[in-house]
Design a protein around this ligand. Structure first.
Ligand code: NAD
Length: 491
């Protein structure tokens, strides 16, 4: 475990000259390291190193077979070091180690594999409708990208941006969340050990309004890819506008999980619990509004509450742990505050609602659910980003669809039914970037992923990343000699 987390700029570890931030393990509240915050000077050095690597380095000019080879060797070395990375991510986040060892590590290494392979299939276009010209469209790297990552799943979400960014020949400066810096700092070292040229990936650490803001506003940044909260996303977009830098934003959600009376009840119950309580309830795509049809509401709520009570909270390093602590103190307090907000607005507390018992330290919060009388309540409209479900009861499918769409967000939606027409009607009408039918939380990383409305701008996925991380250049060449009008040559 690193004692100090520093910047990594131009292939070297560099001290941060900002404040020192303690790194806290959320399961024990022990200080386990110190983060050296990057001040504006380090951010500038990182952007300069990325610019130099873009303008003069081998990376953007490298042939695809060689770049692909480097990406695949990064993948292999990440795989070899997967256990160390998983432990660091667990210490960073408090997410159960079994979740990290499984789907998070697959996603981390899968990102490098996917974008390495996508290079083999990358092709431009030609237009030949006008027989006098050959018109070619080629993809070229854009330049220096600022990549800003959240704390809820640092390795997989940062590399969802980083892998396509560098695969398509760009260089970058990565800023992890100040709450979760360790696994990504180690990952950046591993990328260099695997043969990544210096300056292609630079790392700066620190608080959002300090290090993050300095990065986004830096005039040397050509594009910005951000994952985080909706309010922060708005500020990132307006800062990037100063440089006219294109922005991709993956933001918050308040996704509806519609349980119909035609659902497979047991599957829907399992799915609803997973959708709100996995990853310690801290997921953008959580099914945080559970809409249950009236005919099965009593039975569903009773079983949901019974199961929520039995979720095994514990030490996230224990492979049997199902739910760990929330990621940091202020977040714990924010999630807790929604219990009083819910009560004050007339919601009924069904389960949880307080610090979990039996833990001397750590930000442990009980799996919580409230029954909300209306979708207008703050617990149904605001992203809580914790193990906190708002359950609502509805009568008809059309009512459920209207409730589901009555939100500023549009990241994901879930529907549980065995009836074809229910499924087709719901999937067509739900205003969300991803709709899951009879399953929670699957990610097909090749397909677009992103939000409608305030849940984001742009999409992850192979085609959209190619569009975002490359410039398209149109080149026209005449086929044969042209007879051009001869201005000034007399008639
Ligand atoms: P956040 O917005 O607080 O922070 C995200 C990142 O932005 C951090 O690295 C932070 O330091 C940085 N930041 C903060 N202020 C900044 C500023 N002014 N300029 C530049 N950078 C700044 O979000 P979070 O709390 O880390 O993550 C939780 C949020 O992320 C939730 O809203 C969640 O829904 C969202 N999220 C979305 C997705 C998605 O794919 N749509 C995935 C994961 C998380």
């Amino acid at each position: 475990m690193p004692e100090r987390v520093r910047c990594f700029i131009g292939g070297k570890s560099v001290a941060g000259t900002g404040i020192e931030i303690p790194i806290i393990y959320p399961a024990t509240e022990d200080v386990i390291g110190t983060l050296e915050e990057a001040a504006a000077a380090e951010v500038d050095a990182a952007v300069t190193a990325a610019r130099d690597a873009f303008d003069h380095g081998p990376w953007p000019e490298m042939g695809i077979p060689r770049r692909k080879e480097v990406l695949l060797s990064m993948r292999s070395l990440l795989l070899e070091n997967a256990e160390e990375l998983a432990v660091l991510e667990c210490l960073d986040t408090g997410v159960p180690i079994r979740t990290i060892r499984g789907r998070k590590m697959d996603r981390l290494t899968g990102n490098f594999e996917l974008f390495a392979e996508s290079l083999s299939m990358m092709a431009g276009q030609t237009y030949q409708q006008d027989r006098k010209f050959l018109t070619m469209v080629t993809h070229e790297p854009v330049g220096v990208a600022a990549l800003i990552a959240p704390w809820n799943s640092p390795l997989s979400l940062a590399t969802t941006k980083l892998a396509p960014c560098i695969a398509y020949g760009n260089t970058c400066v990565l800023k992890p969340s100040e709450h979760t810096p360790m696994a990504l700092a180690r990952m950046v070292e591993i990328l260099h050990e695997a043969g990544l040229p210096d300056g292609v990936v630079n790392l700066v650490n620190g608080r959002g309004p300090v290090t993050g803001a300095a990065l986004v506003e830096h005039p040397g940044v050509d594009l910005v890819s951000f994952t985080g909260g909706t309010e922060t996303g708005r500020s990132v977009m307006s800062s990037a506008a100063g440089n006219l830098a294109p922005v991709a934003l993956e933001l918050g959600g308040k996704s509806a999980n519609i349980i119909t009376e035609t659902a497979d009840f047991e599957q829907a119950l399992d799915g609803a619990l997973l959708a709100i309580y996995s990853n310690n309830g801290q997921q953008c795509l959580a099914g945080s509004r559970i809409l249950v049809q009236r005919s099965l509401a009593d039975r569903f709520i009773e079983r949901f509450v019974e199961r929520a009570r039995q979720i095994r909270l514990g030490d996230p390093m224990d492979p049997d742990c199902e739910m760990g602590p929330l990621a940091f103190r202020e977040h714990f307090e924010k999630v807790l505050s929604y219990v009083d907000i819910a009560r004050a607005e007339g919601a009924e507390l069904l389960v949880g609602g307080k610090r979990a018992e039996g833990f001397e330290a750590g930000y442990y919060f009980e799996p919580t659910a409230v029954l909300a009388p209306s979708n207008g309540l703050r617990v149904c409209q605001e992203e809580i980003f914790g193990p906190f479900a708002a359950i609502q009861v509805y009568d008809s499918l059309e009512e459920a669809i209207a409730i589901a769409n009555d939100t500023e967000f549009g990241l994901a939606a879930y529907v549980w039914s065995e009836d074809l027409h229910t499924i087709t009607r719901a999937t067509q009408a739900l205003r969300a970037g991803t709709v899951w039918v009879n399953t929670p939380l699957v990610r097909e990383v090749r397909a677009p992923f992103g939000g409608y409305k305030s849940s984001g701008v742009g999409r992850d996925g192979v085609r959209d990343c190619l569009d975002f991380f490359t410039e398209q250049k149109t080149t026209q060449i005449p086929v044969g000699k042209l007879s051009l009008a001869r201005l000034g040559a007399g008639s």
